[in-house]
Design a protein around this ligand. Structure first.
Ligand code: NAD
Length: 276
């Protein structure tokens, strides 16, 4: 008779995403990292992706996630503006874990400038990373998801997928486009057990935003509290930042069995911004 100690721990059995494999693009920082943590906590194995933390940072991040959540974690350094590297990222997940169950398209960049001064190269880069990369990952992941009869595709769009602000032409265009791609993906895959939804955050507390606060306080000669309330959160009625933990929890829910009928949606996480 097997020893009681050989049985899986109840906590491991209860983890709703145990045995699933997930790709999270842009997961070396901010929202993507929060989502990676949430999926790993629910038992999913991960392929991380992103720039800027170097070989030592990647090793430390993998070790931390594996130790904390008892899951497998790989890293792929695909540049999300390069379709060939994106195809390789998806293939690496399928080869490494035997499936691609969850795809979170999160990598994104921003540039703020008036239209007439907007650099064409920035327009191309934002469209490539914030929109086209999701097309390339999705088309590569679909055959694996169809084979398994299961899939969850989550596109991290923005409140700027639903409404516009001046000076963000490329970002607003890319995020509106991402919502269109989300709907088409959902419709085409609706009978295959594969859902596709978009999450539309307002301002979220990430290192990127923290840096903007310090910079803007200096530039305008006002306090950091004033920047938060009167500049960044001017449109966000609840006057607080969403957290990466909140976005991770929503992503995990969308990946769960309970969310099987939710598809083709754009879910605002914006403190009421788009209710205006
Ligand atoms: P972040 O800068 O902290 O993280 C962006 C991630 O994308 C990083 O891991 C970065 O390395 C990666 N990345 C950028 N260019 C890449 C490339 N060419 N190839 C591979 N990886 C690349 O930003 P964040 O605030 O966490 O934003 C994540 C997503 O959430 C973005 O799509 C952003 O548009 C969206 N979003 C953020 C906010 C916010 O307030 N922070 C609000 C709405 C939407």
């Amino acid at each position: 008779m097997p020893s009681l100690h050989a049985r899986p721990k109840p906590a491991a059995l209860a983890r709703p995403l145990a045995g699933r494999s997930a790709i999270v693009t842009g997961s070396t920082s901010g929202i993507g990292l929060g989502i990676a943590n949430a999926l790993a906590a629910d038992g999913a194995n991960l392929v991380l992706n992103g720039l800027g933390i170097g070989a030592d940072g990647i090793t430390a991040l993998r070790d931390q996630l594996m130790a904390e959540h008892e899951v497998e974690v790989d890293f792929h350094g695909a540049d999300m503006s390069r379709p060939d590297e994106i195809a390789d990222l998806v293939a690496a997940c399928a080869t490494g874990f035997g499936s691609v169950d969850i795809l979170v398209n999160n990598a994104g960049i921003q540039h703020v400038a008036p239209l007439e001064d907007f650099p064409a190269a920035k327009w191309d880069a934002i469209l490539a990373i914030d929109l086209s990369s999701a097309f390339h990952t999705t088309r590569a992941a679909i055959p694996h998801m169809r084979k398994a009869g299961f899939g969850r595709i989550i596109n991290i769009a923005s409140a700027h997928g639903l409404v516009a602000s001046p000076f963000k032409a490329a970002y607003v265009a890319a995020k509106h486009g991402l919502l269109g791609l989300t709907k088409v993906t959902a419709l085409e895959l609706a009978e295959a057990g594969i859902t596709c939804n978009a999450i539309c955050p307002g301002y979220v507390w990430t290192p990127l935003v923290a840096q903007q606060i310090a910079d803007q306080a200096k530039a305008h000669g006002i306090s950091e509290d004033q920047v938060i309330r009167d500049v960044l959160l001017a449109q966000q009625p609840n006057k607080r930042f969403a957290t990466v933990e909140e976005l991770g929890a929503l992503t995990s829910f969308l990946c769960s069995a309970a969310a099987a009928s939710i598809t083709g949606t754009a879910l605002p996480v914006d403190g009421g911004w788009t209710a205006h």
